[in-house]
Design a protein around this ligand. Structure first.
Ligand code: TMP
Length: 211
């Protein structure tokens, strides 16, 4: 059985990732692929429990290093129980956020040591590295406006302030610059349909999908 492909969606708040993820899943299924849609933090029963404690409460409830460890505990459970078995069965896994969110949120924006995060990637991800990472980019003010418009209980990161979110955007763009073979920046400004078409063009081009 051929391994499936692993696609991750990344970017700041309010970039429309979740909507675009659903649209990409529908297109991949229409092209004949078995697809598993998932998210981080979360995606497995244990990781969803960690999500509930890490995303709620005051902005300073956890330090960036503690957040890094919680994210990686959740990530390992998700990888072991869902991502690797699905890829091994030939399914395509499309994940809303993954390791680049830790680099950008806890590292670039939060100040956690990039060396610690790099070590965790080696030992926790092992060979589970995305085939393609789409980085949704849009101006910070626009993203926060969209995120606050749909405000719910999980607002710890949204409430960290403009400077944090500027560092976050730069962090994601520098990941894309450093790993152009794995990453593609998607301009998230525009209608859902415009952004969907940009995503599909990149996926077809990079992963040789027909449809
Ligand atoms: P979401 O709003 O896209 O569902 O993402 C949940 C929040 O978790 C979002 O504010 C980003 C944050 N997050 C991190 O800070 N580090 C991580 O490694 C991941 C996966 C998410």
């Amino acid at each position: 059985m051929t391994q499936g492909k692993f696609i991750t969606f990344e970017g700041g708040e309010g970039a429309g990732k979740s909507t675009q993820l659903k649209r990409l899943v529908a297109r991949l299924e229409a092209a004949g692929h078995k697809v598993v849609a998932t998210r981080e933090p979360g995606g497995s029963a244990g990781a969803e429990i960690i999500r509930a404690i890490v995303l709620k409460g005051q902005a300073d409830r956890w330090s960036p290093v503690t957040e890094t460890l919680l994210m990686y505990a959740a990530r390992r459970d998700h990888i072991e129980r869902l991502v690797r078995p699905a890829l091994a069965e030939g399914a395509w896994v499309v994940c809303d956020r993954f390791a680049d969110s830790t680099r950008a949120y806890q590292g670039a924006a939060g100040g956690a040591d990039p060396g610690l995060i790099a070590e965790l990637e080696v030992h926790i991800l092992e060979e589970t590295i995305p085939d393609l990472t789409l980085i949704f980019d849009l101006p910070v003010a626009e993203g926060l406006e969209r995120a606050f418009a749909r405000a719910g209980a999980e607002m710890r990161f949204e409430s960290k302030g403009q400077a944090f979110h500027e560092r976050l955007r730069e962090g994601f763009l520098s990941i894309a610059g450093a790993e152009p073979g794995r990453c593609a920046v998607i301009d998230a400004v525009g209608s859902f349909k415009e952004v969907e078409d940009r995503v599909w063009a990149v996926v077809q081009d990079r992963l040789a999908v027909r449809g």
